[in-house]
Design a binder for this molecule. Structure first.
Ligand code: ZN
Ligand code: ZN
Length: 264
């Protein structure tokens, strides 16, 4: 492992069965069950452990009709990561499934794009349609962290640590940031919800929750530039992530990851 090479773990914490028509703007002719997986990611390397997104807890799962397969903290613990010792959390965007569990990283500072905070607290939130993927409590919790001196704002592309950079990609949410990580097999891009499923990138389709479809597809071009191949781009909600990468730990009831964790 060189000085800037990291490992990434995809840790699935929740699941949602849904018809494929819900995953594509203007629907889908196949209309089969096409579930979403919900992940947080851990980047582990010479500069410490960086958590990408914080997921949601049981109360939000009940409110939104999702199923927790294992709480985020326990998934991290299985990877020998103590949430209360984590120093850095990168929030890709402020949708409910990416920034809950507000108190489980008490020592962490939170990395967020300027424009995402402005968007989540600004005039677009006056409209129910734009509020759908946001929760006021999540946004307020982030505002409180700003006032506690625990938020680091980024404007566009920036470096978090050697080998870890964030990259603004609009479209899905106005201030989403993808995370590029130098690994042993090259630069891997955690796209988060810049693409929900591999299919979005492969056939140039857009997920229905979108702030701006043009920026979403422009984001696909940016992802392709950031990564050495399509195989180096990791979507935000595709269960196939767990099939395409090996499990890191045979002792766990897992199937996969970058390595990652899937609980039986
Ligand atoms: Zn999202
Ligand atoms: Zn999401």
């Amino acid at each position: 492992m060189t000085d800037t090479t990291h490992e990434i773990y995809a840790i699935r914490y929740a699941h949602h069965d849904r018809p494929s028509s819900e995953n594509f703007l203007r629907g889908d002719l196949h209309d089969v069950n096409e579930p979403l997986a919900y992940f947080v990611w851990a980047i582990v390397g010479p500069h410490g452990t960086f958590i990408v997104d914080t997921g949601f807890a049981a109360d939000m799962a009940a409110k939104r009709g999702r199923t927790i397969v294992h709480p985020v903290v326990e998934g991290l613990k299985a990877m020998n990561i103590a949430a209360d010792e984590v120093k850095d959390v990168i929030i890709t965007h402020l949708h409910y499934d990416h920034c809950g569990n507000h108190d489980v990283f008490p020592r962490a500072r939170y990395h967020l794009q300027d424009v995402e905070m402005a968007y989540a607290t600004g005039r677009c939130m006056c409209h129910g349609e734009m509020r759908i993927p946001f929760e006021a409590n999540d946004v307020v919790a982030m505002v409180r962290k700003v006032f506690a001196g625990r938020v680091v704002f980024h404007d566009g592309d920036d470096e978090i640590a050697p080998g870890i950079t964030v990259h603004h990609i609009g479209g899905h949410s106005k201030g989403l940031q993808a995370v590029r990580v130098k690994t042993a097999r090259g630069d891997v891009v955690l796209a988060s919800d810049a693409i929900h499923l591999y299919e979005h990138l492969e056939i140039d389709k857009v997920f229905p929750i979108t702030y701006n479809a043009e920026d979403a597809v422009k984001g696909y071009a940016k992802l392709r530039k950031l990564a050495p191949s399509l195989k180096h781009i990791v979507p935000g909600h595709d269960p196939k992530v767990l099939e395409r990468y090996p499990s890191p730990n045979a002792a766990l009831t897992v199937t996969a990851g970058l390595g990652g964790v899937r609980w039986a």
